[in-house]
Unconditional design. Structure first.
Length: 177
């Protein structure tokens, strides 16, 4: 775990005041975005890289998908999901409790989803342990210095409303002060 933290600190420090490096690392984020779900240091790295670059803050909202935009799954995809479930049942008997267990959706993601969608989904997961970091990430997308980024604020608000309409348990109800 310490090695992972050092790698993400290195990435953050390399790009701290160098916007070209931030853009290059942002292009690599799909390769390690799943790490942000399990490692706070990965999420912090992504947040610091994007939060310091106005170009990236305006670019991040271009591929957002809302719940009503998604096409229903075809029968072939559903067959694949069943196959994965069978494999998971066999592997859980052999795995020890010390190994990191990935959820079914982590295994089925063929291409990474937009980071805003990704973080909103992680907030709504029941077993999410880093929800404060997820909220920090979403908060950093809403402002660059003294300038508000209205499009990101609107998208986060709309995604939140989509989640409220599609899910019954709302994690923000318990988090409100």
């Amino acid at each position: 775990m310490d090695f992972c933290q050092e790698i993400y600190q290195l990435l953050t420090e390399m790009s701290e005041n160098y916007s070209e490096a931030q853009i290059q690392i942002y292009n690599l984020v799909p390769n390690f975005q799943l790490h942000a779900k399990y490692l706070i240091c990965a999420s912090e790295c992504i947040r610091k890289i994007i939060g310091n670059n106005s170009h990236l803050l305006n670019k991040i909202n271009r591929t957002v998908k809302f719940a009503f935009d998604l096409a229903p799954e075809d029968p072939e995809t559903q067959k694949f999901n069943i196959l994965i479930n069978i494999i998971d049942k066999e592997n859980t008997k052999e795995n020890s409790d010390n190994k990191l267990k990935f959820s079914k959706q982590d295994k089925l993601t063929s291409k990474p989803m937009n980071l805003i969608n990704f973080y909103i989904n992680m907030i709504w997961e029941n077993d999410g342990t880093n929800k404060q970091e997820y909220l920090r990430f979403l908060r950093c997308l809403c402002k660059n210095g003294e300038m508000n980024i209205n499009i990101n604020q609107e998208i986060i608000y709309k995604l939140y409303n989509c989640m409220v309409m599609t899910k019954k348990n709302n994690p923000f109800v318990n988090a409100r002060v």
